[in-house]
Design a binder for this molecule. Structure first.
Ligand SMILES: N[C@@H](CCC(=O)N[C@@H](CS)C(=O)NCC(=O)O)C(=O)O
Length: 206
């Protein structure tokens, strides 16, 4: 039995949800975090002492950190559908997952919280604009990589596309200034064709 804790509007929760849907895993999701709160409850802290979502319980095995969870789920499938069998492809998938945590995640909340959760009169527009400029220059790095292969790890979609794909939905949906990045556009168009992406990520932002 797979249980996933976390509100489905969270970018980090959408990563394992998307992976689970790609693999056709059955799971139960528990709403916690954001408007549902509950992260400070002792039962939740016992699962994740960091008080963050997502967390999973897979037959009693508890795991947190969205990328680790996504990799774990991907690894459950022995056919390599999401976790490539070739070492260099796996390493590239890993690289781009870590890239999201190091380059996108530290900055994204400034834009998300600023544009979605702050009333216009209280917004720090200069900070939002600056954060968006940083993000655009980060996306340029992925755009250059995607000039070589259709997906981050090579010819096939993999778990490596999941974190960046979750943030790409936000990049294209938010009312921000976007640089022309044709390779990123083409990759994003490919992701949007995936039913699992449509179901778990292409949902209203909040
Ligand atoms: N590095 C962690 C970050 C987890 C994180 O910050 N999650 C956010 C949601 S995206 C959270 O728990 N926020 C509190 C809330 O939603 O109430 C991961 O990737 O899992």
């Amino acid at each position: 039995m797979l249980k996933i804790w976390g509100r489905d509007t969270s970018s980090n929760v959408q990563k394992p949800l998307w992976a689970a849907e790609e693999l056709g895993l059955s799971y139960e999701r528990v709403d916690v975090g954001g408007p549902f709160a509950g992260l400070d409850k002792s039962e939740f802290v016992a699962l994740n002492p960091n008080r963050k979502i997502p967390v999973i319980d897979h037959d009693g095995f508890i795991l947190w950190e969205s990328n680790a969870v996504t990799r774990y789920l991907a690894g459950l499938d022995s056919t390599g559908k999401l976790w490539p069998k070739a070492a260099h492809e796996r390493a590239l998938a890993d690289q781009w997952m870590d890239w999201c945590n190091s380059h996108l995640w530290p900055v994204f909340p400034i834009v998300i919280v600023g544009l979605l959760r702050t009333p216009p009169e209280k917004r720090d527009n200069a900070a939002i604009e600056k954060a968006n400029e940083i993000l655009e220059s980060e996306w340029t790095v992925l755009d250059k990589h995607l000039a070589k292969t259709p997906y981050v790890a090579g010819e096939s979609f993999s778990a490596g596309d999941i974190p960046a794909g979750v943030f790409a939905w936000r990049r294209y949906e938010l009312p921000v200034k976007r640089t022309a990045l044709p390779n990123l556009d083409a990759w994003y168009a490919r992701l949007k064709e995936r039913p699992a992406y449509q179901k778990t990520v292409m949902t209203p932002l909040s």
